[in-house]
Design a protein around this ligand. Structure first.
Ligand code: BGC
Length: 732
């Protein structure tokens, strides 16, 4: 409807009706649906006269029949027929589950990431969802934190590009409205949620403003420029203020500085958590702080519902409430809900879900997301080799990762066995479980039976080990699948130890004694510490949580049908003591040079300064080489010209990185920071001329007050092709 009619509707709302619009509840509260719930489930204490079907939004109900019923009830209950907004934790796929975001980011294929997001939007739309609680674009540099899997990783440039691709895919063309087949994005978690002290979930974040402005805030800013319609606040305290109650963060930075005019939703119960943070003295104070910070939706607490009726008797709070409600109504209007409250639901048609086309996109993204970390010739596998596939991931559906269980179904996931059988002769393949993925199924509660059925009964470890060894003895090459099970990462899964469990190491040691080449295939939600076992592998492929088409894409990579090209989006440390460790570090005044014997330089006595695999690592079955041609600055952009050559007869793609080298400035800059990337596809011995443009404003640096610093002078850019580097200089 046009703005005038919307205003008119808004003016007819009573205060109670307005307050109800700011309440957001989980599906489990309205209809006792079994939905993902990530916080304490005590009785919220909602006011008795609040009609639950009149609240502004319900989230994490993903069944279109139930959503239809809910919308019907909402329209019956609401005097002015205001439809409900349906949101959900769809993070990397609705039913077609794509590789987890940290994996996707490593593809550096931002067009394909956008295509995947389009599939997610369409599947979500067809199931009646309006808003997705993603992309999560918190920078992450600490693999102890369980949520690194949901993020595009440690690098600012990568996170910015990822944010834009996903938002474009979800929302479609930038316009006033969000059209059919699309949904609104809700970026999260504003701000700096990915940097909790010690990597411990929900913990404090404390960082300099220059780091905030130059690094952590950058992906959110890019998301706002890409027109994200919603932003979610963060649980953490940031520099002394809880993010969900910070006026500075949410009004001064988010709204005024970055120009965000969409809906701000609190994270789960974050308004209430202002009290245990010691920031609000009681629920009334928490409501004041939330509203003053500009938080429009109060997710999963009764605080706005209970406290606002009294508070808004004061004009100042009434104005703030009006602001919040207006933004919520505008979003409903942008989605066309006043014209069609059953948007998407009226076409709910499961036939368009998990289509051949979406599976193709998912397979391509798996092939481009798995990182070849090491290859001494054991890969690709050869058709005439006898192959023992050892480890539970050799034949498992549990490869979609933590969040995908909200709307996805592990049963849809293609196990590696199925993928390999499609590529290799059956008689050459042998599968052995090797160890139990879970020690018990108890942690699954009501899901226990389903998971047990999918994964099989728990067996004696000794028996599994013996069977695996027998299979390995018979084979020419061993494919060892290992890593984390899916509950070990995701929200609420911080870890202090990042090594492998004892039983996996013992099995690997035993396999090593067979004297056969070992190919490792690592399933994990985070970088693990592999330092002591890395030399056991002849080749190592990082599969992450690859999603629905994992088994197919990984089999294609292992057999050489597809050629790996991904580069790590997050560094693998050598040991926990090095954390945080990331490529864009600042240099110390005493950097480690070749003279390791000097005591008084920046180093560890008992560990190298280098990670095991740094950001950007990743091999190919081919070999490529890059050479600079020219770099020219004109008006607003720098144009880089370079050549890339395939040195082999194996066709493939390579992800070219361009890094800015450290330069003297009034704020110390990283030793190296990624500023551009490009995918180059080359046939055998082919050479191509390539061009990349970089907007000069992307090189802007901020001081601790958020002001830009003088950026004229000489710049050095490094062309990085498969880790081979070359420098070019330019004066701006
Ligand atoms: C998470 C959010 C999520 C929300 C709703 C919270 O615990 O931090 O990322 O969107 O729950 O489920």
């Amino acid at each position: 409807m046009d703005k005038k009619r919307l205003k008119n509707l808004f003016q007819q709302l009573t205060v109670d009706e307005k307050i109800a619009q700011t309440v957001q509840l989980n599906g489990s509260l309205v209809a006792e649906y079994d939905v993902m719930n990530t916080g304490p489930m005590e009785n919220l204490g909602l006011p008795e006269d609040l009609n639950i079907y009149e609240v502004g939004s319900i989230y994490n109900v993903n069944d279109f029949q139930k959503l239809k019923e809910l919308q019907e009830k909402a329209l019956e209950s609401s005097r002015l027929k205001i439809p409900m907004l349906f949101m959900s934790d769809v993070i990397y796929g609705f039913r077609t589950i794509f590789p987890m975001p940290l994996a996707q980011a490593g593809s550096f294929d931002f067009d394909l990431i956008k295509e995947a997001a389009e599939v997610t939007a369409k599947e979500s739309y067809l199931n009646g969802l309006h808003v997705l609680f993603s992309p999560m674009i918190d920078l992450v540099r600490d693999p102890r934190w369980g949520r690194v899997m949901e993020s595009p990783g440690e690098d600012v440039y990568t996170a910015k590009r990822f944010a834009k691709s996903v938002i474009d895919g979800y929302q479609g063309e930038i316009s006033e409205t969000i059209d059919e087949d699309h949904v609104a994005a809700c970026i999260k978690h504003f701000a700096a949620y990915g940097a909790p002290e010690g990597g411990r979930e929900y913990n404090t974040v404390d960082m300099s403003n220059q780091r905030l402005f130059n690094e952590y805030l950058q992906p959110y800013q890019a998301a706002i420029e890409a027109n994200t319609r919603l932003v979610m606040t963060a649980f953490n305290v940031l520099n002394g203020e809880p993010a969900s109650g910070s006026k500075w963060l949410n009004r001064d930075i988010l709204r005024k500085r970055y120009g965000f005019d969409g809906v701000l939703v609190s994270d789960h119960a974050a308004i209430k958590e202002l009290i245990p943070h010691g920031y609000a003295k009681d629920t009334r104070d928490a409501a004041v702080k939330g509203l003053e910070a500009g938080v429009d939706f109060d997710m999963m607490t009764a605080i706005y519902a209970k406290e606002l009726p009294e508070l808004v008797k004061e004009q100042h709070f009434m104005e703030l409430l009006d602001e919040a409600v207006w933004r919520i109504l505008e979003l409903k209007n942008q989605l066309g809900l006043f014209e069609n409250p059953f948007r998407g639901l009226d076409q709910a048609n499961t036939g368009e879900i998990l289509t051949e086309k979406s599976k193709e996109i998912a397979t391509a993204l798996v092939e481009k997301s798995c990182v070849l970390l090491k290859n001494q010739g054991a890969l690709p596998l050869k058709k005439d080799q006898k192959i023992a596939v050892v480890g539970p991931y050799g034949n498992s559906h549990l490869t979609i990762g933590f969040w995908a269980s909200v709307s996805g179904n592990p049963k849809d996931a293609v196990p590696l066995k199925e993928g390999l059988l499609a590529e290799l002769p059956e008689e050459k393949l042998c599968f052995a479980r090797g160890y139990n993925m879970f020690d018990s199924y108890d942690a699954f509660g009501p899901l226990k039976a389903g998971i047990e059925l999918l994964n099989g009964p728990i067996e004696a470890e000794e028996k599994l080990l013996t069977e695996a060894k027998e299979a390995a003895e018979e084979a020419d090459v061993i494919v060892f699948t290992f890593g984390e099970q899916f509950l070990e990462s995701g929200e609420g899964a911080s870890k202090a130890h990042l090594g492998l469990p004892e039983k996996q190491i013992r099995l690997l040691d035993e396999l090593k004694t067979c004297g056969k080449p070992i190919v490792g295939v690592l399933y994990t939600g985070r970088p693990l510490i592999l330092t002591d076992i890395e030399d056991h592998f002849d080749s190592l492929l990082l599969a992450w949580y690859p999603g629905t088409m994992g088994g197919k894409g990984i089999a294609n990579l292992l057999t050489g049908k597809a050629n790996p090209s991904a580069r790590l989006a997050m560094t693998f440390p050598r040991s926990e003591g090095q954390i945080p460790i990331y490529h864009a570090q600042l240099s110390t005044g005493r950097p480690l040079t070749s003279d390791h014997s000097d005591r008084f330089i920046s180093k560890y006595r008992d560990e190298s300064n280098e990670p095991l695999f740094t950001f950007g690592s990743g091999l190919s079955y081919a070999d490529f080489e890059g050479t600079w041609q020219t770099a020219k600055a004109e008006k607003e952009a720098i144009t880089f010209d370079f050549k890339v050559k395939n040195l082999t007869e194996i066709a493939g793609e390579t992800v070219v990185h361009i890094y800015l080298k450290q330069r003297p400035a009034s704020i110390v800059r990283p030793v190296r920071s990624l500023v551009a990337s490009q995918i180059v596809s080359l046939g055998e011995h082919e050479e191509k001329e390539c061009r990349v443009q970089l907007m000069i404003k992307e090189l802007q640096v901020y001081d601790n007050y958020g002001n830009t610093i003088d950026s004229s002078g000489e710049y050095q850019f490094e062309l990085d092709v498969l880790g081979k580097k070359e420098i070019i200089s330019i004066t701006l």
